[in-house]
Write a protein that binds this ligand. Structure first.
Ligand code: ASP
Length: 317
């Protein structure tokens, strides 16, 4: 099959990119996830030409991504896996809210064998804004999906291409809210051309997909909670979670994986009764360096929310 005949599949999940406000100038008082993904694409001139082949649109969900659920992740992962296995598909674009896009990106990176591009995109302003950012982000995302040699799960916004592992939303308002910290973005999209300054992400082994295929859509996933070490911390929340049957705990540590002594004691008690405990750092840049002899394992290079996803997938088997 010729590359030009291959299609790009665009999966809609909602977010501000699909949001509407009563007033065109209102960039914060809007409702996310109102406009269908087909309508969003139809409003972007030049998208079809940039794709270089058919653009196929599917609405997988229509939610504000602050409410992202495991069931939507499962549906998204299974549909992406089908697309990746289909020789007629060149790549996948996913429209998503900015709030949890980094989590969905890490989840998909972890479960998919993404030898083709899976490009998540979003917007900070609703579709009704005076100057919406969604249309340009869609153009850039399609440019990445159509780019020769592209692979892996990436987030494209405000002209930057971020890898799933490092990307974080670091600003609640500005039109470019993402950072990959000291790792920097993988590259840029400039007038439809991709300029890569690092390689495409390595493709993961794709763990957890089989377990999801064998489950029903509403089957509960392993219960993993986040706790934070901070001044004045105690172990009471951890003890209560253990009493309630939590299966895993990710702790957002201070600095290089250090913990308030009271919280640490509770986490060690939890681990002793079979709860999986993982340390990540609260620091937005850099990554945990190994500290030999620590009884609680670390998740180097992962933010606490991404370490939570990895632990959920581990427990899911
Ligand atoms: N709350 C929105 C969402 O994550 C924010 C956004 O998309 O910018 O769906």
């Amino acid at each position: 099959m010729q590359v030009s005949a291959q299609k790009i599949v665009v999966l809609g999940t909602g977010g501000t990119i699909a949001g509407t406000a009563a007033q065109a100038g209102d960039n914060i008082g809007y409702t996310a996830a109102q406009v269908g993904v087909g309508e969003l694409l139809a409003a972007v001139p030049g998208l079809q030409a940039l794709a270089g082949g058919p653009l196929v649109v599917e609405q997988v969900a229509q939610i504000d991504s602050k409410d992202m659920e495991h069931g939507v992740w499962r549906a998204l992962a299974l549909r992406c896996a089908e697309c990746l296995a289909d020789p007629a598909v060149r790549g996948v674009v996913i429209t998503h809210g900015t709030d949890t896009i980094e989590e969905t990106a890490w989840f998909l990176h972890s479960v998919l064998d993404a030898t083709k591009p899976v490009v998540l995109t979003c917007a900070m302003r609703p579709s009704t804004a005076l100057v919406p950012d969604g249309p340009q982000n869609l153009l850039d995302a399609v440019a990445v999906a159509a780019s020769t040699g592209a692979q892996g799960v990436v987030v494209v916004a405000a002209g930057a291409i971020h890898g799933a592992q490092r990307v974080q939303k670091v600003h609640p308002y500005r039109v470019d809210p993402f950072s990959s910290g000291d790792a920097g973005p993988l590259g840029w999209v400039e007038e439809g051309a991709v300029r890569l300054v690092q390689g495409w992400p390595a493709v993961s082994q794709g763990k957890g997909l089989a377990a999801m295929q064998n489950q029903t859509a509403d089957a509960p996933w392993p219960w993993v909670e986040l706790v934070v070490s901070h001044a004045g911390a105690s172990g009471r929340a951890v003890d209560a979670l253990v009493r309630d049957g939590v299966q895993g705990l990710v702790v957002a540590c201070t600095g290089n994986g250090t913990l308030h002594h009271a919280l640490e004691a509770a986490l060690l008690r939890a681990q002793a009764v079979g709860v999986r405990v993982v340390r990540a750092t609260r620091c937005p840049e850099g990554q945990l360096l190994p500290t030999p002899g620590n009884a609680l394992v670390a998740a180097p290079g992962l933010s606490p929310v991404k370490a939570r996803i990895s632990l959920v997938l581990d427990l899911l088997g």
